[in-house]
Design a protein around this ligand. Structure first.
Ligand SMILES: *[C@@H]1O[C@H](CO)[C@@H](O)[C@H](O)[C@H]1NC(C)=O
Ligand SMILES: *[C@@H]1O[C@H](CO)[C@@H](O)[C@H](O)[C@H]1NC(C)=O
Ligand SMILES: *[C@@H]1O[C@H](CO)[C@@H](O)[C@H](O)[C@H]1NC(C)=O
Ligand SMILES: *[C@@H]1O[C@H](CO)[C@@H](O)[C@H](O)[C@H]1NC(C)=O
Ligand SMILES: *[C@@H]1O[C@H](CO)[C@@H](O)[C@H](O)[C@H]1NC(C)=O
Length: 426
């Protein structure tokens, strides 16, 4: 019996023991779990931190790479504006090196950014580009960038001074380079390319050197122009061109009416419609039927010769041009009629003479053996990188910038001031 009790005692003890063992085991498990959770929590807490510092190092504050990469900042007033810009012109000047590589530029060591935090200091950018749309709304004193004497501030515009006059006197002495459609820019960006027959781009440039050696005329031109019957056409792309140039057009119509010719106006505001409603088809039709085409730009200002000239020069029809541009930089000699070189009464006689003398008329297309025209993509950016690579570090400042942009800026700005004065006064 005693034995039995002892046995039970032992058993209870044993159970107790076991229970002890059990709780002991559970506690260990708890500790282990706690440690595991602790580690997980730590990792979860730390990872984002590690990642942000990672991002911080790689995306936000980049100190310059030790390469000869040229950093170009496209400045804009605000972040909001930047994103709007990116939305509006998705294809214009992609950030990074892409554009230079895609366009197979002679120099690709340039890097475009719209974010001034790309580099530690604004002074580290090799060049900062200011678009006219941004400059016009901002006093340059409020451009909060520290400027280094080595870096280049570049003025960029594909708009005309007539549309965007620049009056603020701080703009003189502000820019180092200009990048516009004007041929006198440091980086000229005309709207068209002139190619030599071997496809290399040879213009437009100031003091264009045209090939003038005579070659035998090809007979294909003669056969193509034989069917022309009508005198002069004008293809309108925008209605406002019609009102803008109405005085000239009226005078011109009167003059050629004296020779029993008419001016036919095609396009949205003309009496005649382009075949298929397309300007391209219009020029094909002009080539067959018309002797002359009027080429008028929206703004009659120096070097503003746009894509519409490419349409005219790519067909067998003589362009009649008007404007202060030195057309010898854009068009081969003997390929066009410049109204400004004639008085109106001689113009009618010339048109009549050329229509009645096909031999003479054909002379106007001799240049086609050497040259052809293409539209220059507005995103063409190689010249910027080339210019930055060729730059020898010498000091350049646009001291008479406003005068360069618009030789008549004094009158224009005076007028604007008066206009503002009277408009706020009323
Ligand atoms: C530059 O800073 C001043 C004052 O901090 C501010 O008023 C101005 O709007 C800033 N200019 C730009 C273009 O951000
Ligand atoms: C094309 O011709 C021009 C003028 O003769 C020359 O300067 C240029 O090097 C030529 N380009 C090519 C690719 O052959
Ligand atoms: C003017 O042209 C019309 C046809 O376009 C013709 O009928 C008329 O005879 C011409 N007049 C003169 C004076 O040549
Ligand atoms: C640098 O180039 C400009 C023309 O772009 C030239 O006038 C100047 O003399 C050159 N300076 C040096 C130091 O070579
Ligand atoms: C750019 O223009 C500024 C302002 O006139 C001038 O201080 C700076 O030296 C010029 N930079 C170069 C590289 O010519």
């Amino acid at each position: 019996m005693k034995n039995k009790i002892q046995k039970t005692k032992m058993y209870t003890y044993h159970i107790k023991d076991m229970m002890f063992v059990g709780t002991c085991k559970k506690n260990h498990l708890k500790v282990a779990l706690c440690i595991v959770f602790g580690i997980i929590a730590l990792v979860v807490l730390i990872i984002p931190h590690v990642m942000t510092t990672h991002k911080y190092i790689h995306h936000r504050r980049l100190t310059r790479y030790a390469t000869d990469l040229k950093y170009i900042l496209f400045w804009s007033k605000s972040k909001h504006q930047r994103s709007r810009l990116a939305l509006n012109k998705p294809s214009e000047f992609l950030p990074g090196q892409k554009m230079f590589i895609n366009q197979k530029c002679p120099h690709i060591n340039c890097y475009i950014t719209y974010n001034k935090d790309t580099l530690n200091n604004a002074e580290d950018f090799d060049a900062i580009v200011f678009e006219i749309d941004d400059i016009i709304k901002v006093d340059v004193n409020f451009i909060n960038l520290t400027r280094s004497p080595e870096q280049l501030y570049i003025f960029r515009s594909s708009e005309t001074p007539e549309k965007h006059p620049l009056c603020h006197h701080d703009l003189d002495d502000f820019f180092n380079w200009t990048w516009t459609y004007k041929l006198s820019s440091d980086i000229p960006q005309p709207f068209l390319n002139i190619h030599y027959t071997n496809h290399s781009i040879i213009g437009p440039v100031t003091k264009m050197n045209w090939q003038t050696k005579k070659l035998k005329r090809s007979s294909s031109i003669a056969s193509k122009i034989r069917h022309k019957k009508k005198a002069v056409a004008w293809v309108l792309t925008k209605c406002k061109l019609k009102t803008k140039h109405q005085d000239f057009i009226k005078e011109f119509k009167n003059e050629i009416r004296g020779y029993n010719y008419t001016l036919d106006i095609y396009g949205p505001c003309g009496k005649k419609k382009c075949p298929g409603g397309s300007a391209i088809k219009c020029y094909k039709m002009l080539e067959r039927e018309y002797y002359f085409v009027i080429v008028l730009e929206e703004y009659l200002t120096e070097d503003y010769v746009t894509e519409v000239m490419v349409s005219a020069m790519s067909h067998l029809v003589i362009p009649i041009v008007l404007g202060p541009s030195d057309y010898s930089n854009f068009l081969p000699p003997g390929s066009f009629i410049n109204v400004q070189a004639f008085d109106m009464s001689k113009l009618g006689a010339l048109i009549d003479y050329l229509i009645k003398n096909p031999d003479m008329y054909e002379f106007f297309f001799d240049w086609k053996k050497y040259y052809y025209y293409t539209v220059r993509p507005r995103t063409q950016v190689c010249d910027l990188c080339t210019k930055l690579n060729e730059y020898n570090g010498s000091n350049v400042v646009k001291t008479n910038f406003r005068k360069w942009w618009d030789p008549e800026y004094k009158d224009v700005c005076q007028r604007m001031k008066l206009y503002k004065y009277f408009n706020t006064d009323v």
